[in-house]
Design a protein around this ligand. Structure first.
Ligand code: SAM
Length: 281
């Protein structure tokens, strides 16, 4: 089976009159080594069903299909969505039965929109402007997802995988940690894309974990996280005052959770926020 190289990508784009847009984060991978690396790092099993967001012209899809039972490819651009089965039929006809294309916005996709078996892994070169909300939305709506391997902007990879206390630690790190253990899985240069983006990229790997044990709902915990980081420089006692009602109520929730009220949000784990949320009066 042949992967898509630079000449093939350009030819396809020209034939389809595709002009890659920034709005849809359309930077296509033109390097076979990169898609093979993504598949290798994803550590897929033959019985995995992969959900791929933004398959584009099919670079990564073609590398995924031989490795797994099925690929459900969710693509917002109707021209690219319509072309993908044809590209697969041409390059890997024996694997065409493993592909399902869902022409949809990944931010709105629900389990009922996905035919066939529930996906067990998310593997994608994500559209960079919506990468964090897409990952969080899919982890929330598809509990069958056990593993994630995504390519995102390098800065976003740092944020997602950051540990408490680091400069890049914040809302994406905490919300991702609700669902998964997250780690950086390697850098990616700019020249593997067409068009070449003006940012570096990085791989992020996630393994689903059990969410923190708490009487608060996920929404309540995330509301506490959002409040703490809306005023990042303030102490938690001050930053959580309007979330809790008053500064005294915030202090009560923090102390009941065993958290020093003069700390800042960037010093806490998602488990700390889960305890704070359940102690809000
Ligand atoms: N996977 C391809 C590759 O590696 O060459 C393309 C990756 S490109 C960075 C992102 C892709 O996501 C584009 O094909 C774009 O049309 C698609 N896309 C953008 N926003 C989307 C959304 N909200 N839902 C689904 N697909 C989206």
């Amino acid at each position: 089976m042949s992967l898509l190289g630079p000449a093939e990508i350009r030819r396809l784009a020209e034939r389809l009159a595709v002009r890659p847009t920034k709005r849809l984060g359309q930077n296509f991978v033109i390097d076979g080594g990169t898609v093979r690396r993504i598949v290798r790092v994803a550590e897929l099993r033959p019985d995995d069903v992969v959900i791929e967001i933004g398959p584009g012209l099919g670079s990564l899809t073609l590398a995924l299909l031989p490795e797994v039972r099925g690929v459900v490819a969710v693509e917002i651009d109707p021209v690219l969505a319509a072309q993908l089965p044809l590209t697969v039929a041409e390059h890997a006809p024996e694997l065409a039965g493993r592909l399902t294309v869902v022409p949809a916005d990944a931010l709105r996709v629900l389990p009922g929109d996905l035919p066939g078996e529930r996906p067990t892994a998310l593997v994608a070169n994500l559209p960079y402007n919506v990468s964090v909300p897409v990952v969080l939305h899919l982890l929330e709506t598809l509990p069958s997802l056990r593993r994630v391997l995504v390519m995102v902007q390098a800065e976003v990879a740092d944020r997602l995988a950051a540990a408490p206390g680091s400069k890049t630690y914040g809302i994406p790190s905490l919300k991702a940690a609700w669902y998964a253990d997250v780690r950086r899985a390697g850098p990616v240069g700019r020249t593997v894309f067409w068009p070449v983006p003006n940012v570096d990229s990085g791989l992020v790997a996630m393994t689903r974990r059990k969410p923190p044990v708490t009487r608060a709902s996920r929404e309540e915990v995330f509301a506490a996280v959002d409040a703490a980081f809306a005023q990042r420089r303030k102490t938690l006692r001050a930053a959580l005052a309007s979330w809790a009602g008053t500064a005294a109520a915030a202090e009560h929730a923090l102390r009941a959770a065993g958290v020093d009220p003069v700390k800042r949000g960037e010093q806490l784990t998602i488990d700390d926020f889960a305890r704070i949320a359940e102690n809000r009066m």
